[in-house]
Design a protein around this ligand. Structure first.
Ligand code: ANZ
Ligand code: ZN
Length: 728
């Protein structure tokens, strides 16, 4: 039997190969656990447990991304504190997560709204501030007048309405705190090469960083000593330039406002051209000014048509690049991370009338007085009331998990990058950029010795479910729908309902499946098995028929193990012989299954589990019992254990009176090969089969002939104890 070498999974840098640090993106304590959590956390657990079975020390934790606006809003509505609301929810959610059966190290708990976390975050802030990586500047922000907070661009819709309150967002100039993400633009880009991440996330980050190599060209203003410099990636279009456009918030715009008849000279052909202010030019990209080439650029053309600027074909200047120095620009912006919120990590800065805005000499609890003594002049001053964006909290929690009980420091030498990180793709250009940038900064501060937080990333797909509506087009709860003869009914009202499609589980479509409810109906292990049987990175349909199928399969396993156990007790002698053919078959399946889960392909792993079970059942039906058979059943249970721990544990204990968790995953180089000594059979120098060896040459010859179907031969040779050769 020839086994091919399987494609290796990418060899990711792992400082200590015996440790596997593996976490899911930590949840927000909203109070609800949904199937999306279940899928994400359980998938993580499958890999964790598989790694445990392979002898790795698995580090896995569950924490809470516990600051944020919903707690504050709930506090206003429900008259309980944001803190109480948050901790109640954590407790509630923890109970449900416990029932998933996942492994976590609970001795190190990270809850970001806990002082044991956010006080350390303030010390990190101060270090980053000292390093010049944090600064304060005026910027125009989207302001929500109802929620009274700054909104990110993504939080304002096309009509300019705030995402949460629905208020018309206002533009406001405010002083905000920024982290210098741009300092890391090139490193963030280069670092992507070493990451084992989904291609679409890598591409999204590349695009977000937006590296662009171009040239700066200076246009002198007519009758003035001033000039306007543009950034262009197409300098060869210089002869087609019909105007310059500058962005509103630039010093250039000020010049135009002063002199509305401003024109500049094209340095390459001395043509005089007008200058405009246009909102398609970004103030924070390049130089904030562009040269308009209506002939070749669509935005420039639209602008020219609107403003009656004439243009015609022109000659490209292909040698212009020789006289210019290339410059690099990035789309990436510095990160504005201050929020006008109470329920967040305080920013440890002081506003003093005498000294200005200065560093605090201590960290603050949320509840601390706003009035403080200035550390420089001892006068009464105010501490900063803005708090940090929750993405600051989530940028370094993976470091803290490993040493969450360290009271002196945010983290220590035991911290390390995450080997396997699982979470949704929606964080591609948010959390996953912020965290990478902060980790790079912490490395620069020599606080850690690695510069990427997450070595391997997997995005799990969403959990979808069918949704139904009644004849008035009103959604009906999925749990109230039953099928009768191919039609669907609401069993509470007996009215017919109609299947409308499959969509992400949501309250509005009433197609949510409650984890606790479904566990009590089918058992959590059937649900885990169902999750594992779907390709992890693709959206999955929560299909009850398929879940029922999983449940049936698990019941079959239990029944089968009971049956074998009874038989083994009655006829133990049947289970001594070695069946080499069966061994090879099982071996092949085990090899395949192990490869698949190492490639994080749970669905094909499950297929191999099913194939192995079918093989064993077949064997049993043919009444072909052997030591190999019972060994194969044990291996089957070891494979199953990461998915269905309880069933695998109980069955293993029943059959072998041993603890399954003390076993190891099957290994191709394992000694299992050795106790079975085999002989190769050749016919005319062609390898045909193997048989188990006996010490008797004649017996071996007879056995071989039996397999070969009693062929006629001229001669039989025994070059050594491992080979029989027939010459016909
Ligand atoms: C002349 C030209 C002719 C341009 C042409 C493009 C096509 P990327 O690749 O994204 O870097 N540009 C420069 N600064 C800008 C700003 N602040 N806001 C908006 N647009 C800006 O794009 C660079 C190109 O985008 C530059 O090259 C410039 O227009 C424009 F046929 O210059 B180009
Ligand atoms: Zn002062």
């Amino acid at each position: 039997m020839k086994l091919t070498i399987k494609k290796q999974i990418k060899n990711i840098k792992n400082p200590d190969n015996n440790v596997f640090y593996s976490i899911s993106m930590f949840p927000y304590p909203s109070g609800n656990i949904h199937m999306g959590h279940f899928r994400n956390f359980c998938a993580q657990d499958f890999f964790n447990r598989y790694k445990m079975m392979s002898g790795k020390k698995v580090l896995s934790f569950l924490g809470w991304d516990a600051f944020g606006l919903p707690a504050e809003n709930a506090a206003i509505q429900n008259k309980i504190s944001a803190k109480e609301w948050t901790y109640n929810n954590i407790e509630k959610m923890n109970k449900i997560i416990d029932s998933f059966g996942n492994y976590y190290d609970h001795t190190n708990r990270v809850i970001t709204c806990d002082p044991s976390y956010y006080l350390h975050q303030q010390t990190l802030f101060l270090k980053l501030y000292d390093a010049g990586l944090i600064y304060r500047k005026k910027s125009i922000v989207n302001w929500d007048p109802i929620d009274k907070t700054v909104l990110a661009n993504e939080q304002v819709n096309a009509e300019g309405k705030a995402w949460r309150s629905g208020a018309q967002a206002e533009k406001k100039e405010l002083k905000q705190w920024f982290f210098k993400t741009t300092h890391y633009a090139e490193e963030l880009l280069q670092g992507l090469q070493d990451l084992d991440w989904p291609t679409r996330i890598i591409n999204a980050q590349k695009q977000w960083i937006g590296k662009s190599i171009g040239y700066e060209i200076k246009f002198n203003i007519k009758n003035s000593n001033d000039s306007i410099t543009v950034f262009t990636t197409k300098p060869e279009t210089i002869n087609g330039v019909k105007f310059l456009c500058v962005a509103e918030n630039t010093p250039y715009a000020q010049l135009i406002k002063k002199n509305t008849n401003l024109s500049v000279m094209n340095p390459f052909n001395n043509q005089e051209i007008p200058v405009y202010i246009a909102d398609y030019v970004l103030d924070e990209y390049g130089t904030g000014a562009v040269m308009g080439v209506p002939q070749d650029d669509e935005r420039d053309r639209n602008f020219a048509l609107q403003n009656n600027v004439q243009f015609e074909p022109y000659e490209k200047n292909n040698s212009i690049k020789d006289s210019l120095q290339p410059t690099t620009n990035y789309k990436l912006r510095d990160w504005c991370f201050s929020r006008q919120r109470k329920w967040g990590c305080p920013i440890p800065m002081i506003h003093c009338d005498n000294c200005g805005v200065i560093k605090s000499n201590k960290t603050f609890l949320i509840e601390d007085e706003l009035q403080v003594q200035c550390p420089q002049c001892n006068q009464l001053a105010q501490r900063e009331t803005d708090t940090m964006d929750t993405f600051v909290d989530s940028s370094w929690y993976s470091l803290r998990y490993l040493c969450a009980n360290n009271q002196e420091k945010p983290f220590d030498k035991t911290t390390r990058p995450v080997d396997l990180y699982i979470g949704g793709p929606e964080h591609a250009t948010g959390h996953l950029i912020y965290s990478r940038a902060i980790i790079k900064a912490l490395k620069d501060l020599k606080l850690i010795d690695f510069d990427e937080p997450f070595l391997k990333l997997i995005n799990q797909g969403m959990v979808l479910a069918p949704y139904y509506k009644d004849k008035n087009n009103i959604p009906v709860f999925l749990s109230s729908v039953i099928e009768r003869n191919g039609k669907f009914f609401n069993f509470e009202t007996n009215e017919e309902v109609f299947l409308c499609g499959i969509a992400k589980m949501s309250k509005s479509l009433k197609n949510i499946v409650e984890p606790t409810e479904i566990f009590s109906l089918h058992g959590v292990e059937a649900c885990r098995f169902f999750i594992a049987s779907q390709p992890l990175e693709v959206d999955m349909n929560w299909n009850i028929d398929e879940l029922n199928g999983c449940e049936r399969f698990l019941n079959k396993i239990i029944k089968f193990c009971n049956l074998i156990n009874e038989n083994k007790k009655k006829q133990p002698d049947d289970y001594h012989s070695l069946d080499y053919n069966l061994f090879v078959k099982i071996h092949k399946i085990l090899r395949e299954a192990n490869d698949k889960i190492q490639e994080f392909k749970t669905n094909t792993f499950i297929s191999q589990i099913r194939i192995l079970f079918n093989l064993l059942e077949e064997q049993w039906k043919k009444n072909e019992k052997s030591y190999t058979f019972i060994w194969g059943l044990g291996q089957f249970l070891i494979l199953l254990w990461p998915i269905c721990m309880q069933i695998a544990y109980d069955c293993y204990h029943l059959l072998f009176n041993d603890d399954i968790t003390k076993q190891k995953n099957y290994n191709f180089n394992d000694d299992f090969l050795n106790p079975i000594s085999r002989i190769s059979i050749y016919v005319n120098n062609k390898h045909k089969a193997y048989i188990n060896s006996t010490n008797d040459r004649d017996k071996n010859t007879q056995n071989a002939l039996q397999i070969l179907g009693n062929i006629k031969y001229k001669k039989v040779l025994y070059p050594n104890e491992k080979i029989i050769k027939f010459i016909t």
